[in-house]
Write a protein that binds this ligand. Structure first.
Ligand code: GLN
Length: 489
């Protein structure tokens, strides 16, 4: 089998047994990228081939001296372009950051460096991770490898498309309201959003700090566990990072069935607005989870209907504050048109920020302004607590919750770009778990008649990623979805 088709675990096993050299991996991947990247456009910045090859040669030289390799050694990865890397620009898909080169690595990157992974490039995203399609990227949209005139989802659409198109073996994404899970579903790959606090956010460019989480986008569930093993853990540089023990997540796969697991199906997730093709695929997946030994139960999450509204108040409020730092003074773009300081602030933001980002800054500023704060922001915080309580109650009765990831299969490029509300509804099933800070995974569970992927979401209790991974892996091994590959035409 061609090298680029292997999962991270498979490639790592071959590298460890010295059946493949790091330099061969690099050549195979750059060849693949040169063939499909002009169509898929997954990357904003591609790393220089000679630089990566030099690192690979060094690895090959040193291989004989090591007694043991590390799990990400020589693995070609893509990193979402809102995660700071000192050796490549970090643009956040925005003109305002332009060629910004961070002076430091994000903690997740710093943690991975000793593994000597190979950084292939920085993947595309909606500007500042605001969107569900990558169409809000200042560098143009990425394409869905399954059908090039369709969106790859967003905001981590570049990462998901790169994994699906074999342009990297795995990728990092970030998820604020669904941005790992939704693009993973659109591209037929696996996306895991860890519990809030499980993975450090230090060096992830902030969008909505109480929601943002970094996580893996991979070819299968095994790879998600392998990456989470490296990413998870307390970081003193992130005050919201949790001091909880980190298990070996791959041990979750020891159990191959779902016996003694209670799996809840939220009634409110199967109502109006859910595309029939998605519903059929997800219901069949739930039956399969039952055949694997899971006990399926209906549950209720009564505040589901107000989750999107709550999210768009909290996320925009936090964004308006976080994005105030882009003023032309410290980094990135500075307008050349201005005559004085105030004009410099205004012109820089006017020229540097895109339409969607401006919309959110205005919305966020409004809901935080005096006279409206209690009515909007205060209320949304109260409702967020109610949403969290819905989950706490459901998790008294069940161990996991399953649902669709997205209400429809991936849509066409341009289809929702002029209708922000429709775009926002893409995350209707992923947003609640984000507001509650819960871990959740998206795995492939079928295809639409048009041949576009459909995802299944599995949500767990805080810090119980192992239970999610166990169920997801059992389902993955019992079905054939992961074996289908896009033709990229
Ligand atoms: N699509 C949602 C938004 O636009 C979620 C984005 C994200 O998770 N980063 O805010």
């Amino acid at each position: 089998m061609s090298l680029v088709k292997l999962t991270l675990k498979e490639l790592q096993d071959q590298f460890t047994r010295a059946e493949v050299r790091a330099s061969e991996i690099v050549r195979a991947y750059y060849l693949r990228v040169s063939m499909v990247e002009p169509k898929v456009k997954a990357y904003i910045t591609l790393n220089d081939k000679e630089t990566v090859l030099a690192e690979a040669h060094a690895l090959d030289q040193e291989l004989k001296q090591w007694r043991k390799t590390m799990p990400l050694m020589a693995m070609p990865l893509a990193i979402k372009d809102n995660i700071c890397t000192h050796d490549l620009p970090t643009t956040c898909g925005s003109r305002i950051l332009g060629q910004f080169r961070p002076p430091y690595d994000a903690s997740v990157v710093a943690t991975m460096r000793p593994h000597r992974f190979l950084l292939l490039g920085k993947s595309n995203l909606d500007e500042f991770a605001m969107g569900s399609s990558t169409e809000h990227s200042a560098f143009g949209p990425s394409r869905n490898p399954w059908k090039l005139n369709h969106v790859p989802g967003g905001s981590s659409g570049g990462s998901a498309a790169a994994v699906a198109a074999d342009e990297c073996v795995a990728a990092l994404g970030s998820d604020t309201g669904g941005s790992i899970r939704q693009p993973a579903a659109c591209c037929g790959v696996v996306g895991l959003k860890p519990t809030y606090g499980r993975v450090s956010r230090y060096g992830l460019v902030a969008f909505a700090s109480s929601l943002d989480q970094i996580g893996p986008i991979t070819k299968d569930v095994m790879d998600a566990a392998v990456l989470l093993n490296v990413l998870a853990g307390h970081d003193p540089l992130d005050s919201t990072s949790a001091e909880v023990p980190v298990p070996d997540f791959t041990r979750a796969f020891k159990k191959r069935d779902l016996k003694k697991l209670k799996i809840g199906v939220p009634t409110e997730y199967f109502t109006e607005g859910l595309d029939p093709e998605v519903e059929v695929a997800v219901r069949e997946a739930i039956e399969e989870l039952g055949r694997l030994g899971g006990e399926i139960k209906e549950v209720s999450l009564p505040h589901t209907g107000v989750a999107v509204a709550t999210y768009y108040i909290i996320a925009t409020a936090e964004a308006s504050s976080n994005l105030a730092r882009y003023d032309g003074v410290r980094y990135g773009l500075r307008s050349k048109q201005s005559k004085d300081l105030l004009e410099m602030f205004c012109m820089t933001r006017q020229e540097g920020l895109g339409y969607e980002v401006k919309r959110r800054i205005m919305l966020g500023t409004y809901v935080l302004s005096s006279g409206y704060y209690d009515a909007y922001y205060g209320k949304a915080q109260a409702v967020r607590t109610l949403i969290q309580r819905d989950f706490e109650e459901a998790f008294q009765d069940v161990d996991l919750l399953v649902s669709p990831v997205m209400p429809t299969p991936p849509f066409q490029l341009g289809e929702k770009i002029d209708d922000p509300l429709q775009m926002y509804l893409s995350d209707i099933y992923t947003i609640s778990a984000s507001l509650a800070g819960l871990p959740a995974i998206s795995i492939p569970c079928g295809f639409s008649r048009q041949g576009l992927p459909i995802g299944l979401q599995i949500v767990g209790r805080p810090f119980e990623e192992e239970t999610i991974l166990r169920a997801a892996r059992a389902y993955e091994l019992a079905t054939e979805w992961r074996k289908k590959r896009p033709a990229i035409r």
